[in-house]
Design a protein around this ligand. Structure first.
Ligand code: 6GU
Length: 243
C-alpha cells in the first residue's frame, strides 16, 4: 500500500513513519511513504505558500496553487485520481471501521493543512474524505495523518508478525483486550492469576473472554451496544452489573 502525504513538513512524516513497525514494513516493501513537500510547488522563488485571508481575520491561509500542483504530482505518478483525505478537526472522527475501508486502497493521499487552513476551492476540487482523529485541536494535519498511516498499515498483510489476522485486538468483537501477564509468576508479592498457569485452554479462553467483557463494561460501556455477544457473555454481564 502506498501512502502519499502532501505536507509542509515532510521530514516529520518520514521520521515518524520510518520508525518501529511501520519503518520495518517500509523496508520490507509492504508499504511506501511518499512525503511531498508542498513548498516545492510554490511557483515562486521565495517558496511562499500562504497569504492573508480575503475578508480579513487572523492568521494565514494556504494558497490553492501549491496544494493543487503537489496533488497533480501524485496523480501523474500513479496514473489515476486517488482518494484524498483532508486532515481536519471538522471531519468525520476516525475509527477502526474507517481504517478497514481505507486499507482497501492501493494509493491513499493525505492532505495536511497548517495555519488557519487551506483555500476552500482546492479542497472542493481534490478532497474526497474529511477526517478528524478526535475532538481536540492540533497545530497541523501531520500527526493525524501519521496516526491514520500507523493504524491502516497494521491491517496490511505481513506488517504484523502473527498471521492470526491481527486486524483487531482491542476491537475484536467491539470488546477491549483482556489483561496480559508474563514472568515472573510473582512480582512484588502480586501473583499472576492461577488460571493462566493451569494449562486448561478452554478455561483460559473463557476467563479471557470474561475479562474482556468486564473491562469493556467498566471502561467503555458504549462499545457494548455494537458488540457481538453470546448467551454466556450476556449472562456474565448481567452478573457483573448486579455487583
Ligand atoms: Cl485531523 N487536524 C487538526 N489540525 N486537529 C485535529 C485533527 C486533525 N483531528 C483532531 N484534531
Amino acid at each position: 500500500m502506498n501512502f502519499h502525504v502532501l505536507t509542509l513538513f515532510p521530514e516529520m512524516i518520514e521520521q515518524g513513519v520510518g520508525t518501529s513497525i511501520t519503518g520495518r514494513a517500509m523496508d520490507k516493501g509492504l508499504i511506501s511513504v511518499n512525503a511531498v513537500n508542498i513548498r516545492d510547488y510554490a511557483g515562486n522563488k521565495h517558496g511562499q505558500v500562504d497569504d492573508y485571508p480575503y475578508g480579513g481575520g487572523a492568521g494565514m491561509v494556504m494558497q490553492p496553487g501549491p496544494v493543487y500542483r503537489s496533488y497533480e504530482s501524485v496523480v501523474e505518478k500513479i496514473g489515476y485520481k486517488p482518494r484524498v483525505v483532508y486532515m481536519t478537526p471538522q471531519g468525520k472522527v476516525f475509527n477502526q471501521k474507517m481504517a478497514e475501508e481505507f486499507a482497501k486502497e492501493e494509493n491513499l493521499v493525505f492532505l495536511c493543512g497548517h495555519y488557519e487552513g487551506i483555500d476552500e476551492r482546492v479542497l472542493d476540487m481534490i478532497v474526497t474524505d474529511h477526517v478528524s482523529i478526535g475532538d481536540y485541536v492540533l497545530t497541523g494535519g501531520e500527526l493525524p495523518s501519521m496516526v491514520m498511516i500507523d493504524c491502516i498499515s497494521r491491517l496490511v498483510p505481513g506488517v504484523l508478525h502473527n498471521d492470526v489476522s491481527a486486524e483487531f485486538e482491542s476491537f475484536q468483537d467491539n470488546l477491549l483486550e483482556y489483561p496480559q501477564y508474563t514472568r515472573p509468576a510473582e512480582f512484588e508479592g502480586v501473583k499472576v492469576p492461577d488460571i493462566l498457569l493451569s494449562g486448561d485452554h478452554a478455561k483460559v479462553d473463557r476467563w479471557r473472554r470474561e475479562q474482556s467483557l468486564k473491562r469493556t463494561l467498566e471502561r467503555r460501556p458504549d462499545l457494548l451496544e455494537e458488540a457481538v455477544l453470546q448467551k454466556e457473555d450476556l449472562k456474565y454481564l448481567e452478573k457483573q452489573k448486579e455487583k
